[in-house]
Design a protein around this ligand. Structure first.
Ligand code: MN
Length: 328
C-alpha cells in the first residue's frame, strides 16, 4: 500500500518546478532532520526548493548539516516566490504549519508525510505510516524506494530525527526496523557520539539549573500515578530561557516508580499554557491533547491550553483522574 504512494511522491517531486518544504510550528529534531534529508534528495535531483518553518530552530539543532537553509516564515514577509508543490512533514492537519500557509494557494499540490495516528488526509498525496518511529524513517523509506544515494549529511539528519523521536531508542515506537534503519545510517557516516552529544549534552548551564528547579518542585497526584512538572515565566526569566529550551524536560515526569502519566506545564502568558504529556501503559495522551486542539502519539503528545497555569493544571488533573479510573 505505502510502496506505490512512495513512488507517487517521487514522481510528484520530479515533476515539480519549485518545492516548499515545511513541518509543524516550533521545529524539533524529527521535523528538522526529515526536512533537511528531503532537501538533500532535491539537491541531488537539482530540483529548486525552500525549507520554511514557523518558529525558531532550537540551538541544539544548529549543528545539523544544511541547517542554514531553514528559513523562518517571519523573514519571508514580502516574498514573491511561488511554489507549485508543498511537502508537509509531521503534521496531523494543515493548521499545524501555522503561517507558512500564506505561501501557498489553491493550485499548490500538497504532499502529506506523517506518522501521527490522527493525521488527516489533507494532501493530494498522503503517506501515513503510524508504525514509523519518526517521519525521518519515512523519508528514509522514500529514499530507498527510489534507490537514491544517502550522503553522510543526510544520514546525520535522519539519524537525529529517529534518535530524538524515539527518546534515544526507549519509547515504544522503537522497533526492530527503526534500529536497523539507524544502523544503516551509522554505516553511511552518521556519528552517534557526536550527534547525541550535540543534542543532549550541550546545554547552557542555566538550562540544567532550570531542570533542577522544575524537578525540585515536581508534584505527585492521584496516588502517585500522575506527576506534574511546571515551568513558569519567573523560572524562565531567572535563567534567561527561551520557549524551545524546555523541550525534553517532560521526560523527568516519568522517572519515578508508579507514575503512569507525566505532564509538563510551561506558562506562556497570563492566559496561555503549553502542555506536554507523556504516558506509560495504556493512557492515550493524544486523545487528551486533542480536547484542546493538540495531538501527537498515544504515549507522547502536546497542546496549547487557553487557560492560566493554575487552571490548566486543575483541568488536566481532572481529565487524567477520569482516564485512570476508567483504566483500573
Ligand atoms: Mn515525529
Amino acid at each position: 500500500m505505502t510502496k506505490p504512494i512512495r513512488q507517487n511522491i517521487i514522481d510528484a517531486l520530479l515533476n515539480s518546478r519549485n518545492i516548499l518544504i515545511t513541518a509543524h510550528k516550533s521545529p524539533d529534531g524529527d521535523s528538522l532532520g526529515s526536512q533537511l534529508a528531503l532537501a538533500g534528495l532535491l539537491d541531488h535531483l537539482t530540483i529548486p526548493y525552500s525549507i520554511v518553518d514557523e518558529g525558531e530552530v532550537p540551538d541544539k539543532y544548529m549543528f545539523l548539516p544544511g541547517i542554514d537553509s531553514v528559513r523562518n516564515i517571519e523573514d519571508l514577509k514580502n516574498t514573491t516566490e511561488s511554489f507549485d508543490t508543498l511537502v508537509v512533514i509531521e503534521c496531523s492537519n494543515l493548521e499545524r504549519i501555522g503561517s507558512v500557509q500564506r505561501l501557498i494557494n489553491d493550485d499548490t499540490k500538497i504532499i502529506n508525510i506523517d506518522h501521527h495516528q490522527d493525521n488527516q488526509p489533507f494532501g493530494y498525496i498522503n503517506l501515513k505510516d503510524i508504525q514509523a518511529s519518526a517521519a525521518g524513517e519515512m523519508i528514509y523509506d522514500i529514499l530507498c524506494q527510489g534507490s537514491f544515494p544517502i550522503s553522510k549529511a543526510m544520514a546525520t539528519n535522519l539519524y537525529t530525527a529517529i534518535l530524538t523521536d524515539t527518546g534515544r531508542f526507549h519509547y515504544n515506537s522503537t522497533t526492530p526496523k527503526s534500529l536497523k534503519v539507524s544502523a544503516h545510517l551509522l554505516e553511511l557516516g552518521a556519528d552517534p557520539v557526536e550527534i547525541t552529544e550535540k543534542v543532549y549534552y550541550n546545554l547552557r548551564p542555566q538550562l540544567v539549573r532550570l531542570t533542577g528547579m522544575a524537578v525540585a518542585n515536581m508534584q505527585y497526584h492521584l496516588d502517585g500515578r500522575l506527576c506534574l512538572l511546571t515551568v513558569d515565566r519567573k523560572m524562565m526569566k531567572a535563567v534567561d530561557a527561551r520557549r524551545g529550551d524546555t523541550e525534553g524536560l517532560v521526560s523527568y515526569s516519568l522517572y519515578s516508580i508508579g507514575v503512569e502519566v507525566g505532564v509538563l506545564f510551561t506558562e506562556v502568558d497570563d492566559r496561555t499554557t503549553k502542555v506536554s504529556l507523556r504516558s506509560q501503559n495504556v493512557i492515550d495522551v493524544a486523545e487528551l491533547a486533542a480536547n484542546f486542539g493538540g495531538g501527537g502519539h498515544v504515549n507522547a503528545s502536546g497542546c496549547i491550553m487557553e487557560l492560566p497555569l493554575e487552571q490548566a493544571r486543575e483541568t488536566i488533573i481532572e481529565l487524567v483522574k477520569d482516564r485512570l479510573n476508567g483504566s483500573v
